[in-house]
Design a protein around this ligand. Structure first.
Ligand code: NOJ
Length: 570
């Protein structure tokens, strides 16, 4: 009797505890994908747009800049779509004041850009040389932003490693990158930290590791399957931690800024939400993505599931140790807690199911996960092959981050959608749809209690899209790359985003529908301007080249004729 009473009480407590936690937790089984939530963003929520140095600056060899791995990679044949390079890209190096006017026009609170390491340290090594002209460029950019009341959010590493470091040491395969990167970061804190208060150490290290050192689709183009990505990631995580400690011990008191990292991750949803194998596979997909970096930074070590899977597969291969490197206990405590905020880049979602990869076919990062990715054919995919619009995945990823990493402060550092190169349509209805859906799911996540402080639309301009060259356009502004002046034209999404920012809310259905209508009204004028562009650039050519040449010729001919007359007279 006593026992059953006790069991009864214990059950009661258990049920209560479950109910309490269920009240706080996100409901993972709910399928409310299509509902729209009208509500307001928190006061002071920061709205922005982003770019990165190699993708927009151009001026690849100007004013003392050194080579980056992307300069070298893109100059090799066959590495990018149509062998496109970022040599001139949007000419952002020269047009940054124009771009700040666009940012003003959008009424943004912040602008996210990255510093090109070889622009300010041509070899990547501080003791070799600091390029003052490069330093000056970012000073001017930061000052101009602040003058216009726009907060700079600065990324230190958006993939453009100095080529010398790649050639001499093997880039991120080598442990020495940690100190070189720390020296570079330290110089940035020293020169810009009086004005920059938000620092991002690395942008999307997943891509650096997997696409740079495992598949070779990105610079430096190495295919070190099964080991390269893990090694690169290991050094990147340590480099991040070191830079955070440098800021913490040497600069924080004086400068009062924040240092974080920007991680990108797709959401992985189980194909069958009632199937345990699918649930575990989907969790593994996310852990191998964002968890690979976030777990060490928030908890001190790699996700257990990565250690288990890669460890087991390495043993099956007959290797004495795991292909996934390990952190010593000192390293674990040094790395744990090294993010004042978490930057989140997110674009798309996959359905995930369990799939065993036999190890005799060779091990790769992809076969280590034992998952298969699927997409719903009904998901819209206007641009990049990999990018399906699945707004609800965003809310799920944000809730995952909240529960896994102790509800950190989050800045959305990248979110957006592309269209194909040939598309010169400025009435980008699909982008409006994408932003509307994704920003709304972020608002729902904030209502769920996720601590999101800001949102960065990716990207301000169309720009160089890595191995896809200029074939995929992510910009709010269209850039005419064929015209040497690289003029910018607003797409309809500019008007739509502007209205979200102004209201800091999705007020009600009528209003939001109205925004959409107004946005599509204005874009037809921009379309006309763009259509007239070949004519305008033709006329520019006439005034800039033909007229001066003809005038010079006339003057020369008249001079010769005059001389001839004078001689004749004498
Ligand atoms: C993430 C990268 O950080 C960014 O540079 C790129 O433009 C977007 N993905 C879209 O592919």
């Amino acid at each position: 009797m006593m026992l059953s009473h006790r069991v009864g009480r214990a059950c009661h407590v258990l049920v209560l505890v479950l109910c309490l936690s269920a009240a706080e937790d996100f409901d993972w089984s709910a399928n409310n994908h299509d509902s729209f939530y009208y509500g307001t963003f928190p006061n002071g929520f920061s709205w922005g747009a982003g770019s990165s140095a190699y993708q927009t600056e151009g001026a690849w060899d100007k004013d003392g800049k050194g080579l980056s791995i992307w300069d070298v990679f893109t100059h090799k044949k066959g590495k990018t779509f149509l062998n496109d390079t970022g040599d001139s890209s949007c000419e952002g190096y020269y047009k940054f004041k124009d771009d700040i006017s666009l940012i003003k026009e959008l009424n943004l609170n912040h602008y996210r850009f990255s510093i090109s390491w070889p622009r300010i340290m041509p070899t990547g090594i501080r003791s070799d040389h600091v390029n003052e002209k490069g330093v000056k460029y970012y000073n001017a950019l930061i000052d101009e932003l602040l003058k216009n009341n726009i907060t700079p959010i600065v990324t230190l590493y958006h993939w453009d490693l100095p080529q010398v470091l790649q050639e001499k040491y093997g880039g991120w395969q080598n442990i020495s990158m940690i100190n070189y990167f720390n020296d570079f970061a330290n110089l940035c804190f020293e020169r810009y930290g009086d004005r920059v208060k938000y620092w991002i150490t690395f942008n999307n290290p997943w891509s650096v590791a997997v696409e740079g050192y495992e598949t070779g689709e990105h610079a430096p183009g190495l295919k070190l399957r099964g080991t390269g990505a893990y090694r690169a990631a290991h050094h990147i995580i340590k480099a991040h931690a070191k830079v955070w400690h440098t800021y913490d011990t040497q600069w924080r008191n004086k400068q009062r800024g924040m240092v974080g990292i920007s991680l990108s991750g797709d959401w992985g949803e189980p194909v069958d939400i009632t199937n345990q194998k699918d649930i575990e596979a989907a969790e593994r997909y996310v852990q191998f993505y964002i968890g690979w970096f976030a777990t060490p930074i928030f908890h001190g070590d790699y996700p257990q599931v990565m250690k288990d899977f890669i460890g087991r597969k390495s043993a099956q291969q007959g290797l004495g140790t795991s292909r996934l490197p390990t952190f010593s206990s000192q390293e674990k405590s040094y790395i744990k807690g090294t993010s004042d905020f978490l930057g989140v880049g997110h674009f798309t979602t996959r359905y995930i199911t369990q799939k065993n990869f036999p190890f005799n076919r060779g091990s790769t990062y992809f076969s280590d996960r034992d998952v298969a990715e699927l997409v719903d054919p009904r998901w819209p995919d206007p641009g990049s092959e990999w990018l399906y619009s699945v707004p609800w995945g965003f809310r799920r990823l944000l809730n995952f981050i909240k529960t896994q990493y102790g509800n950190p402060v989050i800045f959305i550092t990248e979110n957006g959608v592309s269209e194909k190169m040939m598309c010169t349509e400025l009435c980008d209805d699909w982008r409006i749809q994408y932003y509307k859906g994704y920003i709304n799911e972020m608002l729902k996540a904030i209502r769920d209690g996720v601590n999101v402080k800001g949102y960065t639309a990716w990207s301000l301009l169309d720009k160089f899209e890595w191995d896809e060259g200029y074939s995929e356009r992510f910009g709010l502004y269209y850039v005419d790359f064929k015209n040497k002046n690289k003029p910018r034209y607003p797409k309809a999404s500019v008007q739509f985003y502007k209205r979200i920012i102004k209201s800091n809310a999705f007020p009600n259905q009528r209003e939001v529908e109205n925004w959409k209508m107004k946005a599509t009204e204005t874009c037809s004028t921009s379309n006309q301007l763009l259509a007239a562009d070949p004519l305008t650039s033709h006329m520019e050519m006439v005034t800039e080249v033909v007229v001066p040449t003809v005038c010079t010729l006339c003057i020369l001919i008249s001079a010769v004729f005059l001389m001839f007359l004078l001689r004749k007279r004498n």
